[in-house]
Design a protein around this ligand. Sequence first.
Ligand SMILES: [Zn+2]
Length: 198
Amino acid sequence: MVYPEPIERLIESLSKLPGIGRKTATRLTFFLLNAKEGYVSELSRNLLDIKEKIRLCSICFNITDLDPCMICRDPKREGHILCVVEEPSHMMVIESSNPGRYRYHILHGVINPIEGIGPEEIKIEKLKERVIQEGIKELIIATNPNMEGNTTAHYIGEILKPCNVKITRIASGIPVGGDLVYLDPLTIKSSIDNRRDM
Ligand SMILES: [Zn+2]
């Protein structure tokens, strides 16, 4: 059975969303069909707004509706340290655990030769410019502790060697509240390699 065309079109659009199959898309479409007019207008306005009003901060490449973003405008943050992350969502996670402390640089990806993503595809050159222009003294590289994240961290370390900036990497190892018995050998090895004085 085929629904009237406007309904089919909405089902088709919604089923392109991640994790939404045709069945869920159909359910959502009928929910919207029966929803109040005000809610549907608000939803469609919000959808358009994220495309029209959200852009990247020209300094840190965070997603923002103001340029520079609120974090780059905040004078109380550490001036000479930048926390380097892969994606805006990673920045949000670090920000929620260290509110108001750091400024960031969002790479929008990691180096991944298998997928054809080289250093020029992500915001590494801009990072170098910032380090020089803003007199950055330390970079905390907070890319994921996997192969691509480590490759990216290593590459940043290499190209910024002449800039006389301290480069640190987030530690990887045993999670807070974790139990050694349940951890994989790589995590255990990493936590031993990254051990510190107490
Ligand atoms: Zn910013």
